[in-house]
Write a protein that binds this ligand. Sequence first.
Ligand SMILES: Nc1ncnc2c1ncn2[C@@H]1O[C@H](COP(=O)(O)OP(=O)(O)O)[C@@H](O)[C@H]1O
Ligand SMILES: [Mg+2]
Length: 260
Amino acid sequence: MKAALLNKAREIEKANHEAPQTRLMEPFAAEIAGARLMRALGIGTSPELKVVSRWDAERLGSKWILKNPDGKACFDVAALAPEVLAVRKIPGAASLRWLAERHDIRSTYPWPRGADLDQRCAFHVTRATIEAGKFLPPDGFYADFEPKRLPRIRAAAQWNSFEQLGICAARLFLACGAAHIGNILCDGAGRLYSIDHADCDLTDGSEIDLLFESVARGTKSFQALARVAELTDADVLAIFPSEVLAHYAARLRRWKRAVI
Ligand SMILES: Nc1ncnc2c1ncn2[C@@H]1O[C@H](COP(=O)(O)OP(=O)(O)O)[C@@H](O)[C@H]1O
Ligand SMILES: [Mg+2]
């Protein structure tokens, strides 16, 4: 079953790579819905996202990250599109990539050899490739990050911390990009944040069944997955744009059936 799950993950990734026009939502809508989902699940994320003109974006200053319509962050003003998504920087937080490089706080990526899929399941199985999170911000980018509670930061940064599994489970429900070390941030108190939900896959939902067949009840991963099943139809209604409501309502029904 585990091989079937990984094969499914590769299949979905390949299909979406080959036909990006079948994208479920345009990247700005996906990013905004993703942030709403994280908030509904009590997971940290950017406090504010807004679509603005390039002219306005250029005047926002250093507390904002700008994303182009392809969903990618853009740090070169000359390459900004006429309309961009401004994502407010999460105060006092830095990416796990930055923590690894600058503070030597390493999560155990890639997964420990032999680690069981039951435990790592929530690492976004709809994306077989967990790329490294390439963007390493320049010095000063995370100047407001103060590692006040180092033991908590170290614990949260581990690949199988409950908080990370919670983020992975939420991203899996969204079927968005991987929870790699560029897409998870941590603040000085050890709280994690999920960012970059711009790229959501259209899937037939069968990966949800495969996933639940691979995860043992009673594990931390299962608990993280079960948390997502607590979402209600009203949550789905408040989170997603109308074009994809039916899709996510069906995913939630499938998810709830699997948890019972
Ligand atoms: N809200 C944010 N707060 C702090 N840093 C951020 C935020 N959003 C993005 N970043 C930084 O910018 C990088 C790229 O942004 P991301 O949203 O992941 O876009 P991409 O699709 O290009 O990977 C992240 O890895 C992170 O270092
Ligand atoms: Mg990213």
